[in-house]
Structure formats: structure tokens, C-alpha cells
Write a protein that binds this ligand. Structure first.
Ligand code: SF4
Ligand code: SF4
Length: 389
């Protein structure tokens, strides 16, 4: 039955003109070997999901690739890893397909190619160019250096201008990522039992996402980075980055409510809620991204897909620049440098927003969707009946 379903899916894929790519075929090959071995069953969600399958069609491969956290555990444990002739390197094979899925599911499809071009140089150059544009615009008015008075930021860039610039881009980011993950969900749902979301499954997936559960290696000692030693650094720096980002977002949301609902106009000072959330979030984001940068640079060369490193570093750099310039702006309030600092901060934020839908940010969205499908699937009877999860 399982084989028949996989064949049906493949036939449908062929009928739709979907060709199985070389990276997808490689994941299917490796999963077939892993399915006979099963040594890594307790490491993460990928292996229990794998044991529910005998064949690996395109949708199965897309689902498993986005379920993988690239923790490296199965590479260091594998007796068939290179130089063995089986050449099993699951994190690398999964990462290659994962990168491909971001581009395949991108909305609009024509912009999927941006994932390949989104790198460190482009990200930093975009932030610098946007900041320079703002600097020149303010300088031509003779207001780049000097006290700004009671109006604060809005004396330099009026509130409505900032809303007019950022709101459409933010809405586009949400819409583009939403459309992309919707297509992914539609594709992988039939391959993952087709059952709808339930409350227990949603609660479990939310718990796993918020705790970054699978970066603990399945035993609590952590995953791998430079070598075969366990480390919790990746989990901790991911947590600092993730929650720092959420706190900064919360600070902006609360400030929007203050402005439109209560008529309390920025700037806000401590101990106001927006400032508290922004300060803690900004610091957390800075420390988290600095740590992730270091870990990325020292990562074991066989983990993941080396071609995606520039995209990873570009995203980390923009998050760091945004948080660092935001904190510098706060420290420089009241000084003559405030207009210049504001231009630099807005340039970094604009570049971050512009690259969000076609960069590393996508991994959080797609992985969450894969964890949700996993939580749904594991609650269904095992289709090949060889044991429970
Ligand atoms: S990665 Fe290697 S050790 Fe782990 S299940 Fe696959 S073949 Fe077995
Ligand atoms: S790299 Fe980690 S998360 Fe990915 S399949 Fe291997 S053990 Fe699972």
C-alpha cells in the first residue's frame, strides 16, 4: 500500500512535469540505506519519520529535508560515512534539498533564484547602499549632524513616511512567505498521512519549535559543530537570536499600539515596555548572532551545504547590524550623531526586510511547517505496521 501511494505520487509528479533532481535522488538513496540500518533512530524527528516509509518520493524527501536540523549527529555516528563506499552524509544531502525547496516554493516563483544570489556581500552592500541613500537625503537638508529637539526621530523622518516605507514591505514579506509555505504544506500533506492539524499535534510542534528540541541531539548533550564533540552552543545562540528577534518585533508592535491606540508618541524611555523589550531583545540578538557567526565560520566542512554559507552569513550579518545599530541609536539619543545613527539603522532594517523572504529566514518557517506535519503524521497508524513511534 505504501509503495503504491509513493508510486502514485511519483506518477502525479511526472505528469506535472516535476523531475526528481539529483539532490532529491541522493536523499532517497541515503534514506533507503538508513532505513535498513536505523542506528540513528533516537537522534531527531527525521529517523522516526523515515521508518514510516519504504520508498522516498519527491514530497517525502522535501518533508524530511525540512525536518532535518543539520545537527550533524548522524554523520559522526555513521559507520557508512565517507570514505566508506556508501558515502552516507545525511546532513549534507538534506541541506542541499532544503536549499532547493526554498527556491522551488518561493513566491512569486520567478524570485526563487534570489536564494542563490542572497549572500554576505549582497546583504552588507544593500544595507550600506540604503544607509548611504538616507544619509545623502538628510545631508542635503543640512540635518545630518546636530541635536534634533523634542520631535526625536520623527523630526528627521516623519512617522507617516516610515510607516509608508516599511508597512508595504512587511506585508509583502508575510504574504510571500505565507504563499511559499502554503505550497510546501499542500505538497507534503498527502505524503504525511493527509490528516488535518489537531490541537495536540499543534501543541507538540509549538513546544518543539520554541525549545529548539532537536538541537539537543536527542539526549540533551547537544549537537555537533566543529567536530564530533557535543556542544549546546548552537542551541543557546539560536535561542538568543530567535527570542531576541521576537522581543524586538514585540517592541515594535507594542509601540504601534501606543501610537495608534493611546496616542503616546515615541521616543519612549526606560522603563516603558517598548524600550524594555527592545533593549533586552537587541542585546540578545547581538550576542546570539555573534555566536552563530563564530559557529558558522568554524563549522565542520562536511556538515550542511557549503554553497548556502553566504546566505546564512548574510542573514546573520543583517540581524547583527540591525540590533547593533538599534542599540547605538538608543545610546546616541540626545547627541549630535543621532540623525546619522538613525540613517544607518534604517538602512540595516530596510535591507533585512528586503531579503527576508528570499534568505535564511525561510528555514524557520519551513521547519516549523515540517514539524507540524511530523506531529500530525506520528499520531496516525504506522502505514507499514512495523512498530509504533
Ligand atoms: S546515518 Fe549511518 S548510522 Fe545512521 S541510520 Fe543512516 S546508515 Fe545508519
Ligand atoms: S543531521 Fe541531525 S537532524 Fe539532520 S537527520 Fe542527522 S541527526 Fe537528524
Amino acid at each position: 500500500m505504501q509503495a503504491l501511494e509513493a508510486l502514485t505520487r511519483d506518477a502525479r509528479a511526472l505528469a506535472n512535469g516535476e523531475v526528481v533532481t539529483a539532490p532529491e535522488a541522493e536523499v532517497a538513496r541515503q534514506m533507503t540505506i538508513c532505513n535498513a540500518c536505523r542506528y540513528c533512530e533516537g537522534f531527531c524527528a527525521v529517523f522516526p519519520a523515515m521508518t514510516r516509509r519504504l520508498e522516498f518520493g519527491k514530497a517525502d524527501v522535501h518533508f524530511l529535508a525540512n525536518l532535518c536540523h543539520n545537527c550533524g549527529a548522524c554523520l559522526h555516528a555513521c559507520q557508512y560515512a565517507p570514505p566508506h563506499e556508501f558515502a552516507i552524509n545525511v546532513p549534507q544531502a538534506m541541506a542541499q534539498v532544503r536549499g532547493q525547496t526554498y527556491a522551488d516554493y518561493a513566491w512569486p516563483p520567478a524570485l526563487g533564484k534570489l536564494y542563490q544570489r542572497n549572500g554576505l556581500t549582497l546583504s552588507v552592500a544593500l544595507a550600506a547602499a540604503l544607509a548611504l541613500f538616507l544619509v545623502l537625503a538628510v545631508a542635503t537638508q543640512g540635518r545630518l549632524w546636530g541635536a534634533v529637539g523634542a520631535g526625536g526621530f520623527y523630526a528627521i523622518f516623519p512617522h507617516n513616511l516610515l510607516v509608508g516605507l516599511f508597512a508595504p514591505v512587511f506585508l509583502f514579506v508575510v504574504f510571500a512567505l505565507g504563499m511559499g509555505v502554503r505550497r510546501f504544506w499542500r505538497d507534503v500533506s498527502p505524503a504525511t498521512s493527509g490528516a488535518p492539524l489537531s490541537l495536540p499535534a499543534s501543541a507538540e510542534a509549538t513546544h518543539d519549535v520554541l525549545r529548539l528540541k532537536y538541537l539537543d541531539g536527542g539526549h540533551g548533550d547537544g549537537c555537533h559543530n566543529d567536530d564530533d564533540a557535543y556542544t549546546l552552543s548552537r542551541r543557546r545562540f539560536h535561542h538568543l537570536t530567535f527570542y531576541g528577534f521576537l522581543l524586538c518585533f514585540a517592541a515594535t508592535s507594542v509601540a504601534t499600539v501606543y501610537h495608534y491606540v493611546f496616542g503616546w508618541v515615541a521616543p519612549y524611555e526606560l522603563p516603558s515596555l517598548p524600550k524594555l523589550l527592545g533593549a533586552v531583545g537587541g542585546l540578545s540578538l547581538m550576542v546570539g548572532t555573534a555566536g552563530l557567526w563564530h559557529l558558522n565560520r568554524s563549522r565542520h566542512p562536511q556538515h550542511g551545504d557549503a554553497k548556502q554559507k553566504p546566505m546564512d552569513l548574510g542573514f546573520i550579518a543583517l540581524l547583527f547590524l540591525t540590533s547593533a545599530s538599534g542599540l547605538a541609536l538608543w545610546l546616541g539619543r540626545g547627541s549630535a550623531a543621532l540623525p546619522l545613527l538613525l540613517c544607518l539603522h534604517l538602512g540595516a532594517v530596510m535591507a533585512l526586510f528586503a531579503t527576508l523572504p528570499y534568505g535564511k529566514f525561510a528555514h524557520g518557517v519551513f521547519r516549523t511547517a515540517a514539524l507540524l506535519r511530523h506531529a500530525v503524521e506520528k499520531r496516525q497508524p504506522n502505514p507499514i505496521g512495523l512498530g509504533a513511534d
